[in-house]
Design a protein around this ligand. Sequence first.
Ligand code: BGC
Length: 245
Amino acid sequence: MLFGVDVGGSGIKGAPVDLEDGELTRKRLRIPTPHPATPDAVYDTIARVIDEQEWDGDIGVAIPAVVVRGVARTAANIDASWIGTNVRRDLERLLDRTVTVLNDADAAALAEMRYGAGRGFDGVVVMLTFGTGVGSGLFVDGILVPNVELGHMEFEGQIAEATTAARLVEDDGLSIDEWGARVDRLLERVHRMFSPQVIIVGGGICKRFGDFSKYLSVDCDVVPAALRNDAGIVGAAVAAATAAI
Ligand code: BGC
């Protein structure tokens, strides 16, 4: 068992995870993300989550940033002060335990590969997570290629997440039909780049997969994520257990 923490734009969630089956062994705890979401404010919230969950072992932490050897390198939808911050070192000092830090979409993809929609697929697998931003996870024969940022590639004149984030449907009134058509074009592009066997579509919006799958015409399997809201927590725990990052 290990503990996973998922740092999101609106909530910081954590729970212990049984690594045999990827199930949470205790109901996850969610504390609203502090604003501004500076590293120190988020660290304090992470400390509260593990304290209230009465966890005293090692943890994995998923954050919405490129993370190289524990250091955050980007900050698209979080406070700019994360850039250059050694998150792993800071949290290890604060919490006095071993901490693994990784990108949130990489965490979700690790969880899906091990326990969810990606099980049994080898070769190239791409996962895209649609939320406030667009995250991505790339696997080759079961090995994660960390920090692939497909949401930030140029797409139809902008960065991809500017026109394909689920936020546009959830908060800004974009129709699911228009969004589905955009996602189809994005998947087509991803397919041309990587020729994956399967593309896993994640993020809260995948509960509406039935509403937009009719727009998806790309020539490979496209499947909704299976773990939904818990994927980040589960993947963070997997990373902590396997030192996958
Ligand atoms: C960030 C990614 C992150 C994704 C989902 C993007 O804006 O660049 O690192 O995985 O949002 O949170």
